[in-house]
Design a protein around this ligand. Structure first.
Ligand code: NAD
Length: 477
């Protein structure tokens, strides 16, 4: 597909897939497994080309990171779905309707594919945000059309070539293009739409999908908080936060955004973050392991957040050398830690999504949780501490898409647990059994008994007094 996919072409791709879906009838486990295996084979064959394209799209992202995050991450989801779908597919028997169950009436739930699923991805994990949901979509027996992000155009083109080599377009297709194509895409009558991206665009997607009553899975972002309890090993917490924050230079949906620490532990936390982050990336400007900020627009956005916080009097601590001209030119930046910025600062109001971090000191953890709970529900929440009752209290008094305890960014790697947000961070999930359910229609089936006792029991009009009493007797607390 070209960069100028037009509405009629999009509609044709969708109509062709929907016709093929109708013609196919039931989609066996073997067919689903074979499709998943073909995506796996495609990644095995094209992983070098895809990693090279991701490297170029970022202006120099490490192949090791792309291989780990996008290739191995997607393969994990695809293999898990391939190996488990036969367990997920069978009909589930359910208790039938009394009193007909006594005469042999049965009931079950049948999980059927919905049809054709549209999947819109992001630039930060340009392969994973398409192929990881695709694992659940194909496991559920659907066909799919992928729309990669225009901010990673070389990856989009490489993926389109790879998919075209392994799949007929009526089974799996890729359409490329910018926000205009994405907007058209989200207005089409897919049988389900998966969108990964910002909360602002997520709202547009949901509006467009509503026109056709298309169900949506929205994988959005937000300001994922880290709560450090006083029982935490502060150096250990600093090291794990630094490791998670360094991944893709903070351009991860589950990247730690705001760290809450007791005032007495602020100084050791800051020095630990500085030590461990700069230990990972002793040189920034020329370091191939430091992912550049993806483009000038996002670079300017992050820098403006840091500058705005500084201008409002917040302390900015550098983890590593101060940015050099070469680092700026390469869009490779050290981590800037912004301490206790005012609530109205830009960095307090927007998802950072880059190499900067907010640290806030608290005097009691419940105060910090109260503040968190007045904001939007985040995609991820992290707790560090050894106090089991406090850990339980944090889980009971907060809500987020997922949680990692004593680490960050780990729970999305759980292939057998749902991945998704809640509230402003999204709705619905992929991964695991929940992902299979998300893209299946759970269809209730009732099968009546050979013998129908309704007439002889006076259950049909004209209603008898005896039946009226029987019904009254059934109205119980
Ligand atoms: P984005 O919302 O700007 O773009 C995402 C996709 O939306 C792109 O493919 C783009 O073409 C499309 N798009 C843009 N304008 C559109 C419109 N008007 N109508 C329909 N589609 C449109 O997001 P981004 O900058 O690519 O990614 C960053 C955001 O994504 C962050 O908020 C991050 O937290 C989030 N994210 C979430 C997850 C997750 O799994 N929850 C994963 C990665 C990123």
């Amino acid at each position: 597909m070209s960069e100028t996919v037009t509405s009629p072409i999009l509609r044709t791709v969708l109509a062709t897939q929907q016709a093929a879906f109708r013609a196919e009838g039931p989609v066996s486990a073997a067919t689903r497994q074979a499709r998943l295996q073909r995506v796996i084979d495609m990644l095995v064959k094209h992983n070098d080309a895809l990693c090279a394209a991701m490297g170029d799209d970022f202006g120099g992202r490490s192949t090791v990171f792309s291989m780990m995050n996008d290739i191995a991450g997607s393969l994990g989801s695809l293999k898990h779905a391939r190996d488990k779908l036969a367990q997920w597919m069978p009909d589930q028997a359910r208790p039938s309707v009394a009193p007909f169950d006594n005469f042999g009436a049965t009931a079950w739930v049948r999980y059927q594919p919905k049809g054709v699923v549209g999947i819109i991805g992001t630039w930060n994990a340009p392969v994973f945000t398409l192929l990881s949901p695709l694992a659940s979509v194909l496991a559920a027996g659907n066909r799919a059309v992928l729309k990669p992000s225009e901010i990673a155009p070389r990856t989009a083109a490489a993926l389109a070539r790879a998919v075209a080599e392994f799949f007929a377009p009526e089974e799996l297709a890729v359409v490329t293009g910018g926000p205009d194509v994405a907007a058209e895409f989200s207005g089409l009558p897919f049988n389900h739409l998966v969108f990964t991206g910002s909360t602002a665009v997520g709202k547009l997607i949901m509006k467009a999908a509503a026109e056709n009553l298309v169900p949506v899975t929205l994988e959005l972002g937000g300001k994922s908080p880290v709560l450090i309890g006083q029982s935490a090993d502060i150096r250990n917490a600093a090291e794990r936060i630094a490791v998670g924050k360094a991944m893709n230079s903070g351009q991860l949906c589950v990247s730690p955004d705001t760290v809450w620490v007791h005032a007495s532990q602020l100084v050791p936390l800051l020095s630990g973050l500085q030590e461990f982050y700069s230990g990972l990336h002793p040189d920034v400007a020329h370091n191939p392991d430091v992912t550049p900020v993806v483009n000038e627009r996002h670079f300017a956005r992050i820098e403006s957040y840091v500058a705005d916080a500084g201008a409002r009097g917040a302390r900015v601590v550098m983890a590593g050398d101060w940015p050099s001209a070469e680092g700026v030119a390469a869009r490779r930046m050290p981590l800037r830690i912004v301490v206790n910025p005012p609530a109205e600062a830009e960095i307090s109001c927007h998802e950072i999504f880059g190499p900067a971090l907010v640290v806030r000191s608290y005097s009691s953890l419940s105060e910090a949780v109260d503040q968190l709970n007045t904001g939007e529900r985040p995609l991820a929440l992290y707790y560090f501490g050894q106090d089991a009752s406090e850990q339980q209290w944090v889980l009971d008094h907060t809500l987020s898409g997922g949680v990692s305890i004593n680490d960050v960014t780990m729970h999305p790697a759980l292939h057998d647990a749902p991945f998704g947000g809640v509230g402003a961070s999204g709705m619905g999930h992929y991964h695991g059994h929940e992902g299979f359910l998300e893209f299946s229609h759970a269809r209730a089936v009732y099968s009546h008994s050979a013998h129908d006792p309704r007439r002889e029991w006076g259950m049909l009009p004209p209603y008898t007094e005896q039946f009226a009493q029987m019904i009254r007797g059934a109205v119980t607390p």
